[in-house]
Write a protein that binds this ligand. Sequence first.
Ligand code: RB5
Length: 144
Amino acid sequence: MICIGSDHAAFELKNHLRDYLINKGYEVKDIGVDSPISVNYPKYAEKVAREVASGSCQYGITLCGTGIGASMAASRVKGIRCALCTNTFMARLARQHNDANVLALGGRVLGNGLAEEMVDVFLNTEFEGGRHAVRVAMLDDIKD
Ligand code: RB5
């Protein structure tokens, strides 16, 4: 199951990607928003992150205007490694090196075609482990 959610600024791209993934055969949980009326992105990014952190969804896709706020919010949930990506290279490395479990995208940054490719790459790239596993484990050791 893939969880997807956005604020108003990425409402159209979120819906586009949801339908794109469903058409490809993925099970998708859309946690909103359900209209382009202005909302606060942390609420929706947190919802996506919690679906992944709980194990209900394998991966999450969180969107806002730039993807910046959504990525900040999602990464605050324990167990979430959210990667803000703007191209397919970043989407690939986010999985190979960072074992990212949530992809953050900007609805005001990306066109539909590029976003589709990035989602495809993210969902179909394996974590390389090895030296990267050591580094990823260190993320959880960072405390205030
Ligand atoms: C909303 O106007 C915008 O600030 C939000 O979508 C996002 O880009 C924040 O990081």
